[in-house]
Write a protein that binds this ligand. Structure first.
Ligand SMILES: Cc1cc2nc3c(=O)[nH]c(=O)nc-3n(C[C@H](O)[C@H](O)[C@H](O)COP(=O)(O)OP(=O)(O)OC[C@H]3O[C@@H](n4cnc5c(N)ncnc54)[C@H](O)[C@@H]3O)c2cc1C
Length: 561
């Protein structure tokens, strides 16, 4: 589906580009920012004339995505775009119906919603945020264009063909149906789940059988809080004998409810979404349908993310249930990873083999999150069914009060544990561009994030002041960063070797016990995507060999000087 004409649209496309990003959604825009910051001006080809607001998908923006916004200089702008009052954004309310009983105190009450189990400041330098995806997309796109990305709206990529030197894209204008050609050195498909790019180059997906379907229903609920007579909040989990799931306001009078899982083959033509929604609300209120979408509960993961000069990222490369709220955040992680690697290839200091590293590293994350999301879906559906079967749950009797206490405890047991390890403890210890030092770091725990500077781990933040104003990550450069806590001559030797190989590097000399606790080696090398690449107390005799390992899988030659 395309949108109506817009007279401000540029009806041309450039004939050549270093990088064409197909799709100006959140992930395409994020990748454009990462490239533009490194001097590459990508062309974004986006088929829609405007960002759709009729439907909202992601809202949960993670600590890591916000840290990325901080690096891009837009964290404050991002928060200022919030659509609902700040004071509504705490804890998760748990009720039998919105206008019914609290089954337990708000989960993670008093803390920012989407908060992990630990305090956000123990995990990173920015609190998580709740923002409708279309607002996030607008903020990202604005930043990409400010930095020089060339966004062409109203053009649909129809097919592509590659040879050894580049990729030819066939692009159709949705305004006048004219067809255009663009020749690019590299193409990245950030074109969502049905990715034309992925299909054009024949990348297969590993798929599991769908186990159900989720319905995402958006509706207008004018004067909701007056109609309901309860205090406002952003995140409300409802469980009763008829239904269960999240029902949430997200922008003005707009609300969304997640209904299901329903059977994969359920005939939706006779399905009354308004009546289903009222089972969450608990009384007969005025609501009006805006839109609905459905998605299958399954995992679909691309078997590779690179075919020659064509790459994929975001939903084009992975799909899994949104139970952890990490699909978009993972796509932003893809963009952060691919951004520096592709820029390294184009800027002439990294071989093309580095793009295979992007593929390998990110596929591992996709499978881990997809499997965890499917397990959460299976486990929680079972638990909710069992808890909701208590016949006294909605009775105004002492037995009812006891039932609600038991059910509330059951919900809290499932939801109050967090998934900080799954969301924040991503490790690339087996990566060919990570050089281990023999230590393995703390054992992985899906529930807890464990900061560690063992190579392959996310470079942990350290607060350099007690007021939570000065995080260590602010000292990291855009590209490689060497944290030096020992003899400056050693760091200088490494920096000189990096310079000779064209590797962009900043050295941060620091003497601070808080940093030393988490970064016990004199030298810690941090990649542009803030993964620890190597650490030691001394630079090896021949640093050139070390540098050649951290910039490539060693497969291909440098592309350009
Ligand atoms: C109900 C629901 C709730 C969710 N909640 C969360 C959450 O809380 N947190 C989270 O992290 N994730 C969540 N997600 C997932 C999130 O919405 C996606 O991961 C995210 O949209 C992926 O972004 P993307 O840029 O890869 O793809 P998309 O957002 O799909 O963007 C793709 C873009 O490519 C364009 N395009 C497509 N084909 C072409 C073509 N041929 N030519 C030109 N342009 C093209 C499209 O118009 C679009 O703009 C949720 C998803 C759903 C369905």
């Amino acid at each position: 589906m395309t949108d109506t004409r817009d007279s401000s649209l540029d009806l041309t496309v450039p004939r050549e580009a270093d990088v064409v990003i197909v799709g100006g959604g959140p992930v395409g825009s994020a990748l454009a920012i990462e490239l533009a910051l490194r001097g590459i001006r990508p062309v974004i080809v986006e088929r829609r004339n405007r960002i759709q607001t009729e439907n909202v998908r992601a809202r949960n923006t993670s600590i890591r995505t916000l840290e990325t916004c901080r690096k891009w200089g837009i964290a404050d702008r991002f928060r200022a775009a919030r659509t609902l009052p700040r004071e509504w954004h705490t804890g998760m309310i748990v009720r039998n119906r919105i206008d019914g009983w609290d089954l337990c105190p708000p989960i993670f009450g008093g803390r920012p919603i989407w908060t992990p189990f630990a305090e956000w400041s123990e995990i990173g330098a920015e609190a998580p945020e709740d923002l409708p995806q279309y607002v996030l997309n607008r903020v990202f796109r604005e930043r990409a264009e400010e930095l020089g990305a060339d966004l062409r709206r109203g053009f649909e990529v129809e097919e592509l063909a590659q040879d050894g030197d580049g990729v030819d894209l066939t692009v159709r204008s949705v305004a006048d149906d004219s067809t255009h050609r663009i020749r690019a050195k590299y193409v990245v498909g950030c074109d969502g789940g049905r990715s034309v790019v992925r299909r054009s180059v024949g990348i297969e997906q590993i798929e599991t059988e769908p186990v159900g379907r989720l319905i995402n229903f958006v509706f207008e609920f004018p004067n909701a809080w007056e109609q309901l007579g309860v205090d406002p909040g952003v995140l409300i989990f409802v469980l009763n004998g008829e239904t269960s799931g999240l029902i949430t306001p997200y922008d003005g009078d707009r609300w969304r409810v997640g209904i299901g899982p329903v059977p994969v083959d359920l005939d939706l033509s006779g399905y009354d979404l308004i009546a289903e929604t009222k089972k969450f609300i608990g009384k007969d209120v005025d609501i009006e349908a805006v839109s609905f979408t459905t998605h299958l509960i399954q995992k679909r993961i691309a078997e590779t993310r690179r075919k020659g000069r064509v790459l994929i990222a975001g939903d084009a490369a992975q799909a899994f249930p949104p139970h952890l709220g990490q699909n978009l955040n993972t796509g932003v992680g893809d963009a952060v990873s691919l951004g520096w690697m592709l820029a390294g290839v184009l800027n002439g200091w990294a071989p093309e083999g580095l793009l295979d590293v992007y593929s390998e590293e990110r596929i591992g994350i996709s499978h881990m999150l997809a499997d965890a999301s499917l397990a959460i879906d299976a486990g929680s559906t079972e638990v909710w069914r069992e808890l909701a079967s208590d016949p006294n749950l909605e009775e105004d009797t002492p037995e009812g009060a006891l039932a609600r206490e038991r059910v509330g405890q059951g919900i809290n047991d499932v939801m109050g544990t967090g998934a900080d390890g799954l969301v924040y403890d991503h490790r690339f210890t087996e990566s060919p561009v990570v050089i281990g030092d023999g230590e393995s770091g703390p054992a992985f725990d899906p529930l807890r994030y464990q900061p560690s500077s063992v190579p392959g781990h996310r470079a942990p933040n350290v607060w350099l002041s007690d007021d939570l104003e000065h995080p260590l990550i602010d000292l990291f450069g855009l590209d490689f960063t060497l944290i030096s806590q020992g003899d400056p001559a050693e760091a200088a030797r490494f920096a000189e070797a990096a310079r000779a190989e064209g590797i962009p590097l900043e050295v941060v000399e620091i003497a601070d016990e808080r940093v030393r606790d988490l970064y016990p080696r004199d030298l810690t090398l941090i990649r542009p995507d803030r993964i620890v690449a190597w650490r030691a107390d001394r630079v090896p005799a021949d640093p050139k060999e070390l540098i050649s390992r951290i910039r490539s899988a060693g497969s291909d030659q440098l592309v350009a000087a």
